[in-house]
Each structure stands twice: as structure tokens, then as C-alpha cells.
Design a protein around this ligand. Sequence first.
Ligand SMILES: *[C@@H]1O[C@H](CO)[C@@H](O)[C@H](O)[C@H]1NC(C)=O
Ligand SMILES: *[C@@H]1O[C@H](CO)[C@@H](O)[C@H](O)[C@H]1NC(C)=O
Ligand SMILES: *[C@@H]1O[C@H](CO)[C@@H](O)[C@H](O)[C@H]1NC(C)=O
Ligand SMILES: *[C@@H]1O[C@H](CO)[C@@H](O)[C@H](O)[C@H]1NC(C)=O
Ligand SMILES: *[C@@H]1O[C@H](CO)[C@@H](O)[C@H](O)[C@H]1NC(C)=O
Ligand SMILES: *[C@@H]1O[C@H](CO)[C@@H](O)[C@H](O)[C@H]1NC(C)=O
Ligand SMILES: *[C@@H]1O[C@H](CO)[C@@H](O)[C@H](O)[C@H]1NC(C)=O
Ligand SMILES: *[C@@H]1O[C@H](CO)[C@@H](O)[C@H](O)[C@H]1NC(C)=O
Ligand SMILES: *[C@@H]1O[C@H](CO)[C@@H](O)[C@H](O)[C@H]1NC(C)=O
Length: 702
Amino acid sequence: MMLLYIVFIQYTVQTSTTPCPNAPWCICNEENNYAHCINANLSQIPKLPSYVTSLDFFGNRLQLLKRSTFTTLGTLKLEYLSLAKNLISMAKSYALNNLLYLRLLDLSHNSLMTPGVAVTVIYSIRSLSFSTLILNMMSWRYRRSDIIVNLLCNAYTGNLTHLSLKYLYLQNLSLNEISKCVPHLHFLDGSHGSIKSVSPGFLREIKELNLQNNYLAIGRGFFGNKSNCYFPKIEVLRLDNNYINEFDNRFSCLDSLKILTLDNNLVRQISNGTFKYLPSLSILSIASLCSRLRNIDSLAFQSETLYFLNLSGNGFEFIDQSSNYWFDKDNIFKYSPNLTQLDLSGNIINPYEDVLTRMLLSLKSLQKLWLKNCNMFTLPTGFFDKMPHLQEFVASYNNISAWDGNTVFGDNCTIHTLALDSNSISIVEESFFPLTSLNRLTKIYLRLNHFSCTCENLWFRNLIRKRPSLFADVFPGYRCYSPPYREGTYLIDYNPANTECNNEDKVFLIIVTSISVIGIVVVIVSSIVYRCRWHIRYWIYLSTTKRRGLVYHSLTEDSSQYVYDAFVIYCDYDRNWVRTQLIGKVEKESGLKLCIHHRDFKAGQLIIDNIAENIAASRKILLLMSRDMLSSDWCLFEMRIAQEKFLNNETDTMIVVMLETVSKELMSPSLRFLINSTTYIEWPRKQYEEERFWTEVLRALQ
Ligand SMILES: *[C@@H]1O[C@H](CO)[C@@H](O)[C@H](O)[C@H]1NC(C)=O
Ligand SMILES: *[C@@H]1O[C@H](CO)[C@@H](O)[C@H](O)[C@H]1NC(C)=O
Ligand SMILES: *[C@@H]1O[C@H](CO)[C@@H](O)[C@H](O)[C@H]1NC(C)=O
Ligand SMILES: *[C@@H]1O[C@H](CO)[C@@H](O)[C@H](O)[C@H]1NC(C)=O
Ligand SMILES: *[C@@H]1O[C@H](CO)[C@@H](O)[C@H](O)[C@H]1NC(C)=O
Ligand SMILES: *[C@@H]1O[C@H](CO)[C@@H](O)[C@H](O)[C@H]1NC(C)=O
Ligand SMILES: *[C@@H]1O[C@H](CO)[C@@H](O)[C@H](O)[C@H]1NC(C)=O
Ligand SMILES: *[C@@H]1O[C@H](CO)[C@@H](O)[C@H](O)[C@H]1NC(C)=O
Ligand SMILES: *[C@@H]1O[C@H](CO)[C@@H](O)[C@H](O)[C@H]1NC(C)=O
């Protein structure tokens, strides 16, 4: 009935309504049979259409309630009547006598109404269906519940099933006394009061007890003991926002309890088996403990029947190596086999750790998981694959900007609803949603992310256009925050000019490809060039000499055209020998002129030209052979040009001096050929043989 009343109030807000025929300041709704005269300053109840069964007369100026006050309602089958927030200060007997169908009466917030007046009003109800009494926000400054007990007993409310006593000043609530006057109470709402203690007592019919927002602590035996359970039929118990500082050994004797809410109490720990003795428990909420909870025992949530658990807003660190918080990641939910929906929002979770997986691995029936506001910066990897029935995953209000679709969704992910609204996503890349998981998803929530209207989001924009129903919260659109000139526009309306993205893409691609191709070519070419540099120079040399007609002509005829007597090919390592021995003996003592590249090459001229010209200008070639020579590219290059001269049938132009013994195996074939076809002179090991050596060299040079 309470529910009906609430529904009735909501309806009035939602459906379209018309003014009542005889009372334009009231609103009537024939479809739902109600009339509303809210805050209309009326001092009497107007005549209403006959279909009206509910009247909300909240916020008017009724002062005296008597039978004639309600004569206009006499012909109606009025079931629900709210006289809340009026100025009622007096009542006559039989006031509500005519309302034979009345089920619900709301007298809340009549600050001038004494308990005695209330008794008179309630006592006047003759309706056999009367079952719901609402006495919220009465200004009775009594601390004890006697006042209520007396009121109920005197008003003869024995058939009441629903009683609402919210926002009262009561500090003590004697359930035992109350139950004497309203023995069939199903629903009692004593929330938002000042209740500090409840003297327990039997409410044998009670199904729902709401004591939220009081100052209540509950001790052992609060719900009875083994032989006597006070609330044998209770199904819903709400104790949120109280001063309960311990849960241990409290929850028993509640065999029908299905829903238990304990949010925002003062507990610091949840011990083994706290909820084990609640054989019907299905929904449990221990939320909003705001970091007070420090310890969750391994078997804390042991329950065969628990279906939904809300642990949100506890600021609990479900992470490895948390120093202030203790929990058993492998067992925490191991003994809750029926757990299907779990809210872990508002706690700390590190998506890179396997803690989440280990905590939830045993929850084979988990279907829905909330991880809102958990400081996550990405989606957990390798997790979805291990949850065979997970269907909905809600990670709104995190700081998620990107994730790797393959490792997050894996092969076997069963999720169909994914909520990532209010995160930090700006670009949705194709890689976020591998095709298999994208096809399985039926709802994605992405509102209030900071999207970017840029080309990178074209794939995403196209996806929204292609499958608009996939994005459950897309209406009226996902807003863009960047670039600045597109701030506030909807992503779906983002239509870049063809050139903007394509060309950008193409030009970018072309530039990138060409740069990389050029780079690769340059690398390859330069390595080839480097490796073959001497071959190339030689080739250049050949081609230039041909072009310039610098081909060797016979050198034998006229010796006066030579500038040098010999062109010396040597390797840098032997430079010292050349300076100290060769130049001294040959040039200074014998007056012959040598071409030494260190000394005689013209600066500013191409080296190959230098070599070619100087070889051409030399009568003979003196090759100083050493092991180093074989490894010097420079020397080999010079030698090849010299060989050219040699092969031009001027076989006697080449003089080879062996500065040390060089194994022929080390020589290139052409060099070997050269050595084999000339006689060479060896630099002696012993000093006394040097004289003969020089004689031979000079003879060969002349
Ligand atoms: C009711 O009376 C108050 C004050 O007397 C006034 O501010 C308010 O506008 C009135 N409301 C209607 C609906 O007449
Ligand atoms: C309670 O209901 C029964 C049957 O519906 C009725 O006979 C009885 O008079 C009612 N008691 C009161 C106090 O209304
Ligand atoms: C309320 O109950 C407590 C303990 O049950 C008692 O100490 C206290 O005096 C009571 N207060 C009132 C106003 O009756
Ligand atoms: C159980 O509670 C009843 C009623 O409060 C009481 O009379 C009885 O002594 C209690 N039994 C035990 C074992 O505590
Ligand atoms: C809770 O149960 C677990 C597993 O049986 C046990 O290891 C642990 O010691 C218990 N904790 C307490 C505080 O008794
Ligand atoms: C699991 O929870 C559901 C929903 O509350 C319930 O219908 C079902 O009976 C429970 N299963 C067990 C084994 O308790
Ligand atoms: C869990 O509890 C919090 C705090 O009471 C509430 O805001 C939230 O909606 C609950 N979660 C679910 C899934 O109902
Ligand atoms: C969100 O993550 C970004 C980096 O991805 C970081 O710079 C920022 O500080 C984070 N914001 C919050 C509120 O943690
Ligand atoms: C996915 O499911 C298949 C078949 O059930 C299984 O063989 C495979 O190991 C699962 N993959 C993962 C990553 O769990």
C-alpha cells in the first residue's frame, strides 16, 4: 500500500494532467484517478470529479477537521488522502466518518496538531480497509515512544499494516509496546529520527523495518535468541547511517531476511561468518563506510544465498601490499557461490594487478560488476576472459582513457553491456574493440567523456552512425571538447571536409612512406658505396680519363716528358720508411725525383685525377708492398690504377719492393698476378745487405 502511495505521488509528477473542473487550482487525472491540490492555500476541500480515488491536499490551510469538511468527498470512493502540511489544530469526532473506502491517511507535517487531535482524527475512520498511517515530521517533542504507543492504542488502529514515523524526535522506540497496539504491522518506517535505543520486542508480522538515519547501535540478541525470534517474518531490514560499530554475532534469528542494508555505520571490520546465519539473505549492502573498514576476514561474506553485494564507497584498497587494509584476495568471495551482482565502486583497484581476477575468480555466476570511481586508468587486462558469465561491466567515473582491446576482452569475453561514461576517453580507436567483442556488445555507455572531433575519431563516428543503438546513452550526442573551435559540438555531427582527413592521412602517409623509403635507400646505397667506394672511384676514374683523352700513351719514347722518375705507391704505415730511407737514398743521393702522394699531390684536385695525372707523369711505379698495404683500400685503389698502366703493356714500369714477407694467399688474384709477373726486391732483414738493396732499387729505377 505504501508502495502504491509512492507510485501515486510519482505519477502525478510524470503524466500530463488537467485542471479539475470545479477547482482550477487543483490538478485532475482521470486515467490514474487522482486529484492534486498542492500548495494552493485552500481552506476547504473543493468538489472533485467522481473518478477521484486519491487526493493530495498537501500544503493548504485546513485548520479544523469536521465531518462537513469532507462532505464533498462523500460521494467518492476515496482511498488515499494526504492532508500533510496543513494548519490542522482541531478535529471533531466523526471527521473522517464518511470516507468508507479510506486505506491511507497522511497527517505529516501539521505542526499545530497535538497527539490528541491526531487520535480524534484517526479514531473517526470507519473504513475497514484502513491500513496505512503516515505521521512523519510531527513536531511532538517527546523523546519516548509512549506518545506513539498511546496514540495508536487510543485511536484503535488494530488493523494497521503500514506505519510511517519518519523525522520524529523519538529517542527510544519500544517495539514491544507498539506491537501491542498494531499487532499486524508489516511495514514500519522509523527512519531519520533520533532513535538511540530500541527495546526489542515481537513484531510477528513485520516484513520490512526501516531504521535508517538514527543513532542506533545494536547489541547481541537484538533480533531475539534461539528460542524466541522477534521478527520471524522480516524480509527487509534497513539500518544504514547509524552508529553500529560491530557486526559480529549480530545477525541471526532473521530466517526470512532477504535484504539487509548497513551502509555508513562505524564498523572497522567484517568477521568470519557474519552473515552465515541468514539463510534467505539475497541482497546485502555495506557501502559508504568511507575508509573506516580496514579488515575483511576470509569468510566474511560466507553465504550460500547471497546474490547481490554492495561494497561501494568504502575506500578500501583492494590492491597488493596495502599496509592499512587487510583482505584475503583468494578467498574473499570464495564462499559466496550465488553472488551474481557485485558493486565494488568507490574502492581502490589497480587494473594492472591480478588482484581483481583472484578475488572474483571463484564467482562463476557473477553477471554484473560495478567498478565506478575506482581510480582506474585503464580496463583490467586478462580479467574478462576468466569470468564466464559476466554480462555487465560498469566502470563509470574513472580516469580511463585507453586500453588494449585484445588483452582486455580476450577471446571469451561475454560482456554485452559496458559503461564507461564520465571517463577521460578522447579518442576511441579501432583497437579498443576487437571485432569479436564489438559484435557481442549490445550497449555501450560513453557520455561525459572528453571526445575530440578530429580525424582520429572518424572510425568511432562511423561506428556510432552505423550502430546507433549500440550506444545506449548517445542521445542527444557525445560532445567534443577539442579542438577548441569544435568544443561543444556533437561527435556524430562531425563532418570534416574530405580533404581534411583523407589528405591529411594520405599526405602524411606519403610523406612518412617516402621518408622511410628514401631513408632505407640512402642507407643501402651508402653502405654499398662505402663498401665499394674504391671500385666506384676507379670506375669514375676510368670514365673521366677516357672522356678527357687521358689514356696512357706509350711512355718509352721520350723520357723528357716525365716529371717524376717514379710514382711511389705505399701505405700510410710505411710512411716513415719512405721519409727516412727511400727519399734519403733515392732522391738526395741519386738525384732521382719521386712522386710521393703526401708531398706532391696538388691540393684542391680530385684524388683520382691526382693519381692518374701523377702516374701518367711518372716514368716508373714503385710499389712498396707490406701486409698493411693489403688491408688499405687507398693503396689498393692506387695499385689498380697503376695496374692499368702495367697492363698497358708497360710491364717494365712496375717495381715491387717487399718491405716484409707477404704471403701470396692474402693477395687478391690481380695483385698476385702482378707480383708473379714482375721481379721484386726484398728489403733485407740484416743491415749489411742494405747497400745491395739500394743498388738494385736504383738500377731498376733508371
Ligand atoms: C499561498 O500563500 C502564500 C503566502 O500567503 C503566497 O506566497 C502564495 O503565492 C500562495 N499560493 C497560491 C497558489 O495562491
Ligand atoms: C479489522 O478488520 C476486521 C476484518 O477485516 C474487522 O472485522 C475489524 O473490525 C477491524 N478492526 C478495526 C479496528 O478496524
Ligand atoms: C531510552 O532507553 C535507554 C536504554 O534503554 C534509557 O537509558 C533511557 O533512559 C531511555 N530514555 C528515555 C527518554 O526514555
Ligand atoms: C530469549 O528471549 C526471551 C524473551 O526475550 C527470554 O525470555 C529468554 O530468557 C531468552 N532465552 C535465552 C536463552 O536467552
Ligand atoms: C577466518 O577464517 C579463516 C579461514 O577458516 C581463518 O584462517 C581465519 O583465521 C579466520 N579469522 C578469524 C579472525 O578467526
Ligand atoms: C541465488 O539467488 C537467487 C536470487 O536471489 C535465488 O533465486 C536463488 O535461489 C539463489 N540460489 C541459492 C542456491 O540460494
Ligand atoms: C550501492 O550503494 C550505493 C550507496 O548506497 C548506491 O549509491 C549504489 O547505487 C548501490 N549500487 C547499486 C548497484 O545499487
Ligand atoms: C588521469 O590520468 C591522467 C593520465 O592519464 C593523469 O594525468 C591525471 O592526473 C589523472 N587524473 C586523476 C584525477 O587521477
Ligand atoms: C576460451 O574458451 C575456450 C573454450 O571454452 C577455451 O579452450 C580457451 O582456453 C578459453 N580461452 C581463454 C583465454 O580462457
